[in-house]
Write a protein that binds this ligand. Structure first.
Ligand SMILES: *Cc1c(COP(=O)(O)O)cnc(C)c1O
Length: 824
């Protein structure tokens, strides 16, 4: 959004650039020559830059016009606060949204290059861990496509999600220096730099009117410099902004130290500030409580709230009592929940408001999304750390808590235990701030991300708060953007769908329903084309696997895929146990009802999560044995796909037949990988968990392989869980466990899988893997049966795509807007 002030006041309207192939050729060539200095040859990685700059020029007029159209006093805006945006690549996405596919291809053809090879040069923007960060990116896409005035606020990490290599079967992490070659999409907006305070102390005084006030003084400030990324809507000329903050030192040299001869110390101090936005924390679904992480959270939140206030004023507003009418902030998980206290600070200390007025505003413009029920992911910050880093914020949190607990006491007089449970401050040897409680108390809306998840929150973790404020709590089932995950990732399927029902489905996914009649076997030609598309996608994936992993996947076999972060609750182990079971069947000649399978597992483990890393080693070890055993003879293949990321999912989802969604029931809040697979015609084998339940409802039980204990049964069984009894009573399971114990998969590294065996066989295994083994294996046999009936499988596949309309983030965003944001 170029120069907000002048754009607004003079209402410059930039004209769109010419969009022909010839015009694009000219622009690309100009960048190649006059910007990159490439005269004779311009390899694809440079052409990528030239084309990206060209497309950015094309986005500019829409970006500016979108801004100008919304820059009016009284206009309501939304802000999405997230520590993560897992964007992936942008080029092909903008080409699709701008409708410049043919023109771009024509231009590149002139240089002897294809759009695919040029797009392949782009490094993924991996500014997130997994589902939560990818959700934020899909939300941005849908807001732009719906022309909703929503701005994303995040951090401009220098290093995104680490790069994963596999060495001798073990994960090795390399830093992801994604900005090495620059980021052609971003625009630095130094003029909107903010100052974020840390440390220091507070002073209290009475102002001229005799009102008690606080000052935060002696702070060590850090500058927040915004980098804007354009977020284009699908063919609607709307371009929203993702604003990412980079931390920069206030002054490169502390002059005093410099003069005292401490040159390098002075420079080092400057570097400290820059660490804040240096690296993304690679933990998915768990917190690590590091001081730098709290610094990141406050840095994001303070810069963003200051910026939102500034924008609101720049649009011509001044009456602060109207602020909540004009602004809404959605917090993506508890990570940015200190925003509640920060908005209070700005309103009290900087705007001079009184507490009640400030609190009324805050609680009318903050909204909170919870993403997990895992206790290890519930953020708590030690009071002592908070006090040292954010002393003024701690005072405000205390005051919020004191007033809140008074409300609790009025509602439940004498209920001391309830007060203790609901207090934002957790008492104990180490006093901690419960960030989720702060988010709930400070928000007018609290939502979970799938129907089951929201119900479990209401009945469990948040029950006390539901008693107090039943109307605050709601559900917004997640989604994914069909532009990236179907239109772009699966051009073959997209063309086939559009041939049948036109192109409207791309921005209105409910239209896919119209494919349902075509699922009947009488449409034999359509079925054949459907299979041909899947087949071509499988060939494309098989080639990549062959090149990267040296393993041959036969496209005629069932492609059985589980890609997601490696975590015990997601139960990649259950998948491995099934593969070992299949291997045993081959070795014992039990081949009745056999279907050839290629099993693909991929995902990153948090570098500090020892068990997850060992699971990766097990997958690789089992794969080595299976793939090199001549008796297996191509009936079973297994691969661990390294460095799973957005751009790999774009190739994997379209090529998948069977989508593995096998978490312990009650543990996966929603899942979104499940939705990407469904849209691309994969059939799910899944537990009754997260959004799997809604997928099952949409597609019907005949088109979904359901297995496993439900959440209530899991919890009822937990106290009596006896994994050994399953081993004793199930010969297939016994065989699998015995083979694992025998060291067959780790002949040269004895004992390395003991920790996995111990966990599987422990009555305290929280994920209760063995409880679902039999049910899972039985479901897999139903899968094999269905696979052998080609017509039946094709029908199921078509019905999955046809029933996936609900899982578009366009629907999700419409629900957020109708229920929470109320934007025009
Ligand atoms: C969709 C996606 C995820 C989330 O997958 P789940 O199966 O829902 O855990 C994680 N990482 C990437 C790269 C994704 O595209």
């Amino acid at each position: 959004m170029p120069d907000e002030k002048t754009a607004a006041s003079r209402a410059i309207v930039l004209k769109p650039l010419p969009r022909t192939g010839a015009a694009l050729t000219h622009d690309v060539q100009r960048y190649q020559l006059y910007h990159l200095g490439r005269m004779r040859d311009c390899p694809p990685r440079y052409t990528y830059k030239a084309l990206a700059w060209t497309l950015r020029d094309h986005l500019m007029s829409d970006w500016m016009n979108t801004y100008v159209a919304r820059d009016q006093p009284g206009r309501r805006r939304g802000y999405y606060l997230s520590l993560e945006f897992l964007i992936g690549r942008s080029l092909a996405n903008h080409v699709l949204n701008l409708g410049l596919d043919e023109a771009s291809r024509e231009a590149l053809h002139r240089f002897g290059q294809t759009l695919e090879e040029v797009a392949e040069q782009e490094t993924d923007a991996g500014l997130g861990n997994g589902g939560l960060g990818r959700l934020a990116a899909c939300f941005m896409d849908s807001c732009a496509t719906l022309d909703l005035p929503v701005m994303g606020y995040g951090l401009h990490y220098q290093y995104g999600m680490f790069h994963q290599r596999i060495e001798n079967g073990y994960q090795v992490e390399d830093p992801d220096h994604w900005l090495r070659d620059g980021n052609p999409w971003e625009v630095e907006r130094a003029e909107f730099t903010c100052r974020v305070p840390f440390g220091g102390r507070t002073e209290h005084y009475h102002d001229k009117a005799g009102i008690h006030r606080a000052r935060w003084v002696d702070t060590s400030d850090v500058l927040a410099v915004p980098y804007d990324m354009p977020i284009s809507g699908y063919r609607n000329h709307a371009v929203n902004t993702l604003r990412l903050w980079k931390s920069v030192s206030t002054d490169v040299f502390n002059l005093e130290e410099f003069n005292a001869g401490s040159y390098s110390e002075a420079v080092q101090a400057a570097n400290q500030a820059e660490y804040i936005s240096m690296v993304l924390y690679p933990n998915d679904s768990s917190e690590n409580g590091k001081e730098l992480r709290l610094r990141q959270q406050y840095f994001l939140v303070s810069a963003s709230m200051q910026d939102a206030l500034r924008q609101w004023r720049a649009a011509g507003n001044s009456d602060l009592t109207k602020f909540a009418e004009h602004n809404v902030f959605q917090m993506n998980d508890t990570h940015p929940s200190v925003a509640v206290a920060e908005l209070m600070r700005l309103l009290l200390d900087q705007e001079g408001m009184r507490w009640d007025a400030a609190w009324a505003i805050t609680t009318q413009c903050m909204a909170y999304t919870n993403h997990t029920l895992l206790p290890e992911a519930l953020e708590r910050w030690p009071v002592a750390l908070f006090e040292r880093l954010l002393p003024r914020l701690l005072e405000i949190v205390y005051e919020i808590n004191a007033r809140f607990l008074r409300e609790v006491s009025v509602a439940w007089p004498g209920d001391i235990d309830r007060r203790r449970r609901m207090s934002i401050i957790e008492e104990g040897p180490v006093r901690q701030i419960r960030m989720a409680w702060l988010a709930i108390v400070g928000s007018f809306s609290v939502n979970g991300v799938a129907a089951l998840h929201s119900r479990l929150l209401r009945e469990g973790l948040f029950r006390d708060f539901v008693d107090l404020w039943p109307d605050k709590f709601n559900n917004k089932t997640n989604g994914v953007t069909p532009r990236r995950w179907v239109a772009h990732a699966n051009p073959g399927l997209s063309a086939l769908i559009s041939e049948q029902i036109g192109e409207d489905w791309i921005a209105d996914l409910s239209q896919l329903e119209r494919l349902k009649p075509l699922a009947e076997a009488s449409h034999a030609a359509f079925h054949a084309e459907w299979r041909a598309v899947k087949r071509a996608n499988k060939e494309r994936l098989a080639e990549i696997i062959k090149a990267r992993c040296g393993v041959e996947f036969n496209p005629d076999a069932l492609f059985d895929v589980q890609v997601k972060r490696i975590h015990e609750y997601k139960r990649q182990l259950l998948n491995v146990l099934h593969v070992i079971h299949l291997y045993n069947r081959i070795n014992h000649g039990r081949l009745d009802g056999w279907a050839d399978r290629c099993v693909l597992i991929g995902g990153k483990a948090a570098p500090g999560y020892a068990m997850a890393k060992r699971i990766i080693k097990l997958i690789n070890s089992v794969a080595d044995v299976v793939n090199s055993d001549p008796d297996v003879d191509g009936r079973l293949k297994m691969v661990f796909a390294p460095n799973y990321r957005v751009s790999s999912m774009e190739v994997i989802a379209p090529a998948t037949d069977l989508s593995e969604q096998i978490s312990t029931a009650g543990k996966e809040a929603s899942g979104t990988g499940n939705m990407k697979f469904m849209m691309n015609g994969a059939i799910t084998i899944g537990t009754y968990d997260g959004a799997n339940i809604e997928i099952l409802d949409a597609v019907g039980k005949d088109n979904f392989f359901l297995f496993g204990l439900h959440a209530e049964k899991i919890e009822a069984l937990r106290p009596h869980y006896q994994p050994l009894s399953y081993v004793e009573n199930d010969p297939d399971l016994r065989e699998v466990i015995d083979l694992l114990k025998s060291g067959h998969f780790n002949l040269y590294e004895p004992g390395i899988f003991d920790m996995i065996l111990d966990s599987l066989l422990s009555p305290h295994d929280p994920w209760m893997v063995l409880a679902d083994f039999r049910s899972y294996v039985d479901a897999q046999e139903r899968v094999a049966q269905a696979w052998q009936d080609e017509a039946r499988w094709t029908r199921m596949s078509i019905l999955n795509t046809a029933s996936s309309g609900f899982f578009s983030t366009d629907r999700t965003m419409q629900e957020y807007n109708a229920g929470i944001w109320k934007l025009k």
